[in-house]
Design a protein around this ligand. Structure first.
Ligand SMILES: CC(=[NH2+])C(=O)[O-]
Length: 143
């Protein structure tokens, strides 16, 4: 079946779902994660490195909510508002992810959903059938 999950560790989503699992939890779709905390407050105003870190912490929480982790990610899409900061992006990403890396796309965009948000990262994960990660189902936002 299809499960829709909005972990309380992530800011309440407006008009989308943070995590959707399909195929009995084998495939996990993660909505574009942004550098907001669980209360929807920006982390790292004008600080790209801090924004990358918060975004990856949110991805980690989103993957865990879907019973996955970074090693299960097969595709990721990263949107940045300033490609000149790509080295900082890669350095911090590599603190969370290691080889073999997923397929990926990286694009610069004019703007994201808030003017102060400098990146957004979405992902798809495939959990191995043999995987022992039990889905973490923390408190969820209620609709
Ligand atoms: C932040 C985000 N993923 C959205 O759709 O607004």
């Amino acid at each position: 079946g299809v499960q829709h999950i909005n972990p309380a560790a992530l800011g309440a989503p407006h008009g989308y779902t943070h995590v959707i699992t399909v195929d009995g939890g084998r495939t996990v779709y993660i909505a574009g994660q942004v550098p907001l905390d669980r209360h929807g407050q920006l982390v790292g105003a004008n600080d790209f490195a801090a924004q990358v870190r918060q975004t990856f912490e949110n991805l980690k929480a989103a993957l865990a909510a879907g019973g996955a982790n970074f090693s299960d990610v097969v595709e990721m899409t990263t949107y940045v508002t300033d490609m000149a900061q790509v080295d900082t992006y890669r350095k911090i990403r590599n603190e969370y992810m290691r080889d073999p890396m997923p397929t990926a796309s990286l694009v610069e965009v004019k703007s994201l959903f808030r003017k102060d948000v400098m990146l957004e990262v979405s992902a798809v994960a495939v959990v191995p059938a043999s995987s022992a990660h039990p889905p973490v189902r923390p408190a969820e936002h209620t609709p």
